[in-house]
Design a protein around this ligand. Sequence first.
Ligand SMILES: O=P(O)(O)O[C@H]1O[C@H](CO)[C@@H](O)[C@H]1O
Ligand SMILES: [Mn+2]
Ligand SMILES: [Mn+2]
Length: 406
Amino acid sequence: MARAFILVLDSFGLGATPDAADFGDVGADTFGSIARWCADGGESEKRPASGPLNIPNMVTLGLGKASELATGHAPAGIVSPLETEGLYGVCKELSKGKDTPSGHWEIAGVPVLFDWGYFPTTPPSFPEDLLNALIERCDLPGVLGNKHASGTVILEELGDEHIETGKPIVYTSADSVFQIAAHEETFGLERLYHVCDVARELVDAYNIGRVIARPFVGQNGVFERTGNRRDLATPPPSKTLLDMLKDAGREVISIGKIADIFAHQGLTQKIKATGNMALFDETLHAADTAPDGALIFTNFVDFDQSFGHRRDVPGYANALEEFDARLPELQAKLQAGDLVILTADHGCDPTWPGSDHTREHIPFIAFGPGIAGGSIGVRESFADIGQTVARHLNIAPLEVGHSALQ
Ligand SMILES: O=P(O)(O)O[C@H]1O[C@H](CO)[C@@H](O)[C@H]1O
Ligand SMILES: [Mn+2]
Ligand SMILES: [Mn+2]
């Protein structure tokens, strides 16, 4: 039994799924596109290394082979061993959306088989009644934005006007989200959180997955988002792996935005940290302290938020190399019987048009002191990950998913 770790490299897809045409994502391949860019030279100030993507630890575990399962060819510049040290596979998604809650909940055994509400792509994106209610209940002078946008581009466009007028910036994306950006100092962080709480109540009627607080600082067209992002998700529609473990008296440790994504349900500990490296530090700390039977569930958000959505290929490559370089630290802390699963929640190919997620396979790489290497193939649902953890931690099986371990 020992412990289980699920490490979500947020947005690290391994190539389009058979249903990608429904999402306009045929040919998307987050890993493959980054590997290609690196193999073609990979010179950039944002990436101290150059040449092929240098992620030897994940390749040894089977990441390159997993990618081959999804795409039929090796990623450019990635040379896989004949025998991998980890179990490797990829999962397709049953959930209808390619968003973060759908991906994480499905990993935890609860695919999202209903349709989320989405806001129209042509402005104005938000219903007048919704905005009027928000303005009235929060005593706002109005709102700015009211359209689909990239969160950093819209700050360049409207950040100064927001400071002058005190009107928060509201925007959405291809995800089921209502996002609110406001200046931490001139508008106030607590006030932004309050506006988001009210918005959460109001968007329930529209079946919206998440309200996201997007605080930022800066001035004169130069703005930076802070680590005080807060995601207000609607609760999962039924009990997840996390609830099952908690009900069984286990320790369930959220690191990063996992707690927000699961609407704070099924957890015994919530640890926040800003940035992939700090999140890794907290994961190592949990490896030192978590008791037998615990689940440690970490989301590495930078891959998605700072690089995938920003269409920043060198930044993404560098983040993968930094993450990979730290894996031996975790491996050194593993105890007999521990299981680690590396995965993702959707794709976000940084070479793809627009700034939205992409419908892709996710990696399912499992390793630990007692785990022999080999292929676990192409799997029908992300829920196979949760089912594998349920089996490993010796609780009753989840309703959805097939364990990759006997
Ligand atoms: O462009 P930013 O603000 O990073 O927002 C992105 O992040 C949201 C959550 O992942 C997505 O819905 C997308 O809109
Ligand atoms: Mn995500
Ligand atoms: Mn995202």
